[in-house]
Design a protein around this ligand. Structure first.
Ligand SMILES: CC(C)(COP(=O)(O)OP(=O)(O)OC[C@H]1O[C@@H](n2cnc3c(N)ncnc32)[C@H](O)[C@@H]1OP(=O)(O)O)[C@@H](O)C(=O)NCCC(=O)NCCS
Length: 124
């Protein structure tokens, strides 16, 4: 499969303001077709727990179930998944709720735009 690291790093910087020098410290699931990246999920694993670092679906491929597929793939390989989501990101919050994630804490004014981080957890 093609390596999409450079494209993913650019999206992370442009969209989220995250600077990844090296993605090799992380695991990445991708959805692509014929060399076109559609969506990706970046995560870390410690024992059987995973932490989602980022999920992104390109605009033209949204609302087609790709983020759901990526998260369901991750669920197959671990027992617990943690993530944080900005309180003003309704689309992502709805996605995680629909996939069975539960809120367990909140970090006030955590993000650079002063929005809160909602901490969520899924367990099988
Ligand atoms: C959030 C995001 C990852 C969702 O990806 P997606 O592939 O479009 O999501 P899915 O098609 O799997 O949608 C699953 C559920 O998520 C929720 N959802 C997704 N997009 C939504 C929208 N525009 N409005 C409301 N709910 C939405 C819905 O509950 C949806 O279920 P439904 O289709 O039965 O209504 C995508 O919009 C995205 O990349 N956004 C920009 C980056 C981002 O915010 N990432 C998350 C950071 S925490």
């Amino acid at each position: 499969m093609l390596n999409y690291d450079d494209e993913i790093k650019k999206i992370e910087t442009d969209y989220f303001g995250n600077a990844f020098n090296n993605l090799s410290n992380f695991k990445v699931l991708v959805k692509e077709k014929n060399g076109v990246l559609k969506a990706y999920l970046i995560y870390q694993v410690v024992f059987d727990e995973a932490e989602i670092i980022s999920v992104f679906v390109k605009e033209e491929f949204r609302k087609m179930g790709l983020a759901t597929e990526l998260i369901n793939e991750l669920k197959e390989s671990c027992k617990t998944i943690f993530l944080d989501v900005a309180s003003n990101n309704c689309n992502a919050y709805n996605l995680y709720l629909k996939l069975g994630f539960k809120e367990y804490n909140k970090r006030l004014k955590y993000y650079s735009d002063n929005s809160d981080a909602i901490l969520m957890k899924w367990s099988c």
